[in-house]
Design a protein around this ligand. Structure first.
Ligand code: AMP
Length: 116
């Protein structure tokens, strides 16, 4: 069994977070250390540690993450200018929290895709 992270506590509303959206499959909340004017994390409610653990049974939640990203981008007023969706995986990907999350980042030009 994978170990829970702080994101499971946010999903269960056990610790405070700026939750923008929640349904039976996913939860979306503002990143605590935003890298851009809009920085939102969209996570499956079930714990999947990294993309490496993704199975067919997760497809509904993973698909919902994209639907919710599009909806929130519109709500935040960044859909037309554009934004970036990022999922980091493991050490080389720079993953810090081992509960899959989709970063929705925008609100300014984001520059080249990779820092280096
Ligand atoms: P990653 O490096 O892809 O694992 O991203 C983890 C993200 O989670 C970082 O952008 C953190 O700022 C964010 N984060 C960590 N703890 C919290 C929290 N309690 N509430 C909201 N965002 C968080």
């Amino acid at each position: 069994m994978a170990e829970e992270t702080i994101f499971s506590k946010i999903i269960r509303r056990e610790i405070p977070a700026d939750v923008l959206y929640q349904d039976e499959l996913v939860t979306a909340f503002r990143d605590i250390a935003p890298a851009a004017p809009t920085h939102i994390l969209i996570v499956p409610n079930v714990l999947i540690p990294t993309v490496n653990q993704v199975e067919a049974e997760h497809e509904a939640a993973l698909g919902r993450m994209l639907t919710v990203a599009a909806k929130i981008a519109k709500q935040e007023g960044i859909a037309e200018d554009g934004y970036r969706l990022i999922i980091n995986c493991n050490r080389h990907g720079g993953q810090e929290v081992y509960h899959i999350h989709l970063h929705l980042v925008g609100g300014r030009p984001l520059g080249p895709m990779l820092a280096n």
